[in-house]
Design a protein around this ligand. Structure first.
Ligand code: 5AD
Ligand code: SF4
Length: 444
């Protein structure tokens, strides 16, 4: 039995892919370890969306190689996912101690490559596979085996992107849009329900563009919602990430009838300036975005939103940045992710003129950060005294704490719960909050 060290960078889809890959490797006599020293196999599932994640990978690889040379020269290292897809052979050239480079749609080939090494004395084999074998990948990923997550589980329904936002590396790393077979998704969710999963998080780079045609019928994400609604045991449905473009009214309307849909939507705005949105190739205006929010709220008045924002996109002026600040003031997001623009290889924006100085990016980022914190605090404090429904998922940091999520995706912990509450939805009255959690008391 040999150790298996795994690290995921980037988004939830990598977590989903890696878990499926671990299932494929389950007969290979590896046992997961947190210690690289003990690892016979290292799997790094990588992210290319910003330079920072790639730099982190490089430094991790350096560290892992030192351990490989000092303790375990036979250690196999697999770099998979988005960086593997984009860099392919260049990764091996730069890091010759990496054995396998498998792109996002070729990860399923790892077990076979390991097999081919069996009986060979030299472990210096290098293998690079960056083919887009999406059909094969999902055929293999459809196998339902071990459930890695508790209570709440990811299910990828769609992968890739055809939008080509000018800053974004995803169309290159994940390929064109691909929607999984509707029936196989439902089978997977039924299986997860039988294993005790209570919440399903549907995943896709562009999750609301899910579209699967079979027997002359077209299935959309709302059809997945309706099917899950009928599956006993699953209490909550979430999805990540939808895009403002291609948001169909039918999706919004489904909140009327499907009570399992949680009233919290991540709706990436990216910029509050219509000029910058156009340069980003985001085909909506801020007015249209606000109208969409309005439509959601007309269907569910308590709907809350989070967002993604980028500062320092090429040519962004102080005025453009103020437009972003203005939208944040209107939306008062209780939560969100924000980034300094990071030029990515092979994207249109990387070669646009007027790239913004790091100093200005940092200043704008800091200003946005402070504003986002202000609205987070405002939102948190508005919950004091209110009762929310919490699905408990875990033990907290301290012995007597249990933690879970409210319907609005807030982290909530309580001290008056116990083991038996995990996996259940309880009414909790909120008493206080800190930077990342609400604290409350179970009242039923
Ligand atoms: N620079 C900075 N942020 C980016 N994102 C995507 N590409 C870039 C980039 N080149 C952000 C977007 C996206 C989130 C996943 O990452 O906000 O929604
Ligand atoms: Fe990162 Fe995007 Fe790849 Fe996810 S799909 S790992 S966010 S580059």
């Amino acid at each position: 039995m040999s150790g298996l060290f795994v690290k995921n960078y980037g988004c939830q889809m990598n977590v989903y892919d890696t878990n499926k890959l671990l299932d494929l490797l389950s007969s290979y006599n590896y046992k997961e370890t947190q210690s690289i020293k003990e690892a016979g196999l290292v799997i790094l599932n990588t992210c290319h969306v910003r330079e920072k994640a790639v730099t982190k990978l490089y430094s991790d690889l350096g560290r892992i190689n030192i351990i490989k040379q000092s303790y375990n020269p036979n250690m196999l290292i697999a770099v998979i996912g988005c960086v593997a897809q984009i860099q392919g052979n260049d990764l091996i050239k730069r890091f010759p101690y990496v054995n396998f480079v498998l792109g996002t749609q070729a990860i399923q080939n790892l077990p076979q490559l390991i097999n081919e090494l069996k009986g060979k004395t030299s472990k210096k084999l290098h293998s690079v596979d960056t083919r887009f074998l999406t059909d094969e990948k999902f055929k293999i990923l459809n196998i339902n085996t071990y459930v890695h997550q508790k209570i709440s589980a990811f299910v990828t329904i769609q992968e890739g992107c055809d939008n080509f936002c000018t800053y974004c590396s995803v169309p290159n790393s994940r390929g064109r849009e691909y929607s999984r077979d509707f029936h196989l998704i439902i089978d997977e969710i039924k299986y997860l329900a039988e294993q005790g999963i209570k919440e399903i998080m549907l995943l896709g780079q562009n999750v609301n563009s899910y579209k699967f045609v079979s027997d002359a019928k077209t299935y959309y994400i709302e059809d997945i919602f309706s099917e899950i609604d009928k599956i006993g045991g699953i209490e909550r449905i979430r999805y990540l990430s939808p895009n403002p473009q291609g948001m169909r009214d039918d999706l919004i309307e489904s909140y009327r009838s499907i009570r399992k849909l949680m009233p919290f939507v991540h709706l990436p705005l990216q910029s509050g300036s219509n000029r910058i949105l156009k340069m980003m190739n985001r085909p909506y205006t801020t007015d249209e975005y606000l109208k969409m929010v309005e439509k959601f709220r007309n269907v569910r008045s308590d709907m809350m939103f989070s967002t993604d924002l980028i500062v320092g996109f090429p040519s962004e002026t102080n005025g453009d940045f103020e437009d972003t600040i203005n939208m944040v003031n209107i939306m008062q997001y209780p939560n969100g992710f924000y980034f300094k623009y990071s030029p990515r290889p092979h994207t249109v924006a990387a070669s646009m003129p007027n790239q913004i100085d790091d100093k200005i990016k940092n200043q704008r980022f800091q200003e946005l950060h402070e504003l986002m914190l202000k609205y987070k605090e405002k939102s948190n404090s508005s919950f004091i005294g209110q009762v929310v429904n919490v699905l408990f998922e875990n033990h907290g940091k301290f012995l007597n704490h249990i933690t879970g999520k409210s319907e609005y995706f807030q982290n909530v912990f309580v001290k008056n719960g116990n083991e038996n509450d995990i996996g259940k939805i309880k009414k909790v009255r909120i008493k206080s909050f800190n930077a990342s959690n609400l604290e409350g008391e179970i009242i039923d």
